[in-house]
Design a binder for this molecule. Structure first.
Ligand SMILES: [Zn+2]
Length: 259
């Protein structure tokens, strides 16, 4: 069943878009309001989630660029809401869309469970791809996309240096990130490097509250504990069952990756 989506401006150039997900952490998309482009970072579960964002973009009368943080379904199934937009993502994100056993298989699995929600989904892969880094002049500020594999191999982050903002996608998460593809060591090192930069102040994960650089360090410490042991995460008393399961899965996955 579809959930309401709430739009909230964080500043005059950035809008937070949040959606609850029963049994899972809530997820967000972030809209960057450039003079030249309206840039939509992630499109959530379906074009319906993006209806208020597409209305906002129509009112602004700027061309839309969609950026996909990675090809997981809670981040990209709303791409079809922007039929005229270019979709930007890592080249591995496009590969995952074109792999019949990945994005398309997830849709085949979930469609029967929520046909009223997912029948609107149109799988639109990125048509503009990059391997390491891609810079966008949004008009008034820039958005620099960086490959940062770890959660998934196609994960990226988006940096807005003029405003000290880092959009982390699922490469950072509160309370803990989810380890799937790795590599583990390079991932935590990259998070520490971002935390040390003077042009990063606000850190926004796709799941979890708007934060500062301390979230980068906390996630890096956690990832190092998965690699080096002891896996140092005590679930806080209110930790959702989702994250207790995620931690157990992370410990097993880290053992596989470091074996
Ligand atoms: Zn996610």
């Amino acid at each position: 069943v579809s959930q309401p989506v709430a739009l909230r401006p964080l500043a005059d150039w950035v809008v937070n878009v949040e959606r609850d997900a029963p049994g899972e952490p809530g997820v967000r998309s972030t809209v960057l309001l450039g003079e030249r482009y309206t840039v939509v970072f992630d499109t959530l579960y379906s074009p319906r989630d993006m209806a208020p964002v597409s209305e906002l973009a129509d009112r602004r009368r700027r061309p839309v660029l969609v950026v996909n943080s990675h090809a997981d379904y809670d981040h990209v199934w709303g791409n079809g809401a922007f039929p005229l937009a270019s979709i930007v993502g890592h080249e591995a994100c496009r590969e995952r869309f074109l792999d019949d056993g990945d994005v398309a298989a997830t849709l085949r699995r979930l469609l029967p469970e929520s046909p009223e929600e997912y029948s609107l989904v149109v799988l639109r892969p990125p048509d503009v791809t990059f391997s390491e880094r891609l810079a966008i002049d949004a008009g008034g500020f820039s958005i620099v996309l960086h490959h940062l594999p770890g959660h998934k191999r196609d994960c990226i982050v988006a940096h807005v240096p003029e405003h000290g903002l880092l959009l982390g996608g699922d490469t950072i998460e509160d309370p803990i990130p989810l380890l799937d593809d790795g590599p583990l060591g390079a991932w935590s090192a990259a998070l520490r490097a971002w935390a040390a930069r003077t042009d990063v102040h606000t850190v926004i994960p796709s799941h979890g509250p708007v934060s500062g650089t301390e979230l980068l360090v906390r996630n890096a410490d956690y990832l190092d504990s998965l690699r080096d042991g002891p896996a140092g995460w005590e679930p806080p008393p209110d930790a959702a069952p989702f994250y207790e399961r995620a931690h157990a899965r992370n410990v097993r996955r880290a053992a596989d990756l470091t074996a």
